[in-house]
Design a protein around this ligand. Structure first.
Ligand code: HEM
Length: 155
């Protein structure tokens, strides 16, 4: 039993070490994640359609949200396990949430990364990750089998 636990701990440590090396090679560190989250949500608040949707839900709770998003991105980048939330549940019941907000979110994220990411690889990594999560959130929140149409091209 002990060796099984030790084996698993070694496996987790190896995954973390690899993630840390991968991020370091792209110039991604905790300081950059902090800056990205602060800059991005600063712009979200100024955005004509995203701003009101976020602020209606987060008014008075922005500092906690920013902190949560830093630990979320840090967890995804460094496999640190720092974030233990439930993103799908968190987005359920957000007033005026709609599928077309996701491309807007991604466009703003992309613009922010173009302005501040240390290089193209770093931007590429954040965008690919955000696109995967956005697709998965969109499906979890809005997929309706009754409207499924295999002929329909993605927007
Ligand atoms: C149109 C797009 C989006 C909108 C309007 C939106 C809105 C929100 C709002 C209002 C919250 C706060 C929920 C609360 O604490 O009551 C939240 C939390 C969160 N969002 Fe989004 N979001 C969007 C897209 C995304 C995407 C693309 C990601 C990931 C790349 C993401 C990741 C998260 C995470 C991790 C949380 C924290 C969940 C928790 O409480 O543990 N969101 N979002």
């Amino acid at each position: 039993m002990d060796t099984e636990i030790q084996g698993r701990a070694a496996h987790v440590a190896a995954i973390r070490e690899r993630a840390e090396a991968e991020m370091k090679a792209m110039g991604i560190d905790e300081a950059f994640i902090d800056r990205l989250v602060e800059t991005f949500y600063g712009r979200v608040l100024q955005h004509p359609t995203l701003g009101p949707v976020f602020d209606a839900r987060l008014s008075g709770r922005w500092p906690e949200h920013i902190q949560k998003m830093k630990s979320f991105w840090s967890s995804v980048a460094f496999r640190s396990g720092a974030y233990g939330g439930k993103p799908v549940q968190a987005h359920t019941g957000v007033a005026n949430m709609s599928p077309d907000l996701f491309p807007q979110w991604l466009a703003l994220f992309s613009e922010t990364l173009s302005d501040i990411a240390p290089n193209r690889e770093a931007k590429g990594w954040f965008m690919a990750t955000a696109e995967r999560i956005a697709r998965s959130l969109t499906l979890s929140l809005f997929y309706n089998p009754a409207l499924d149409d295999p002929q329909r091209k993605p927007a």
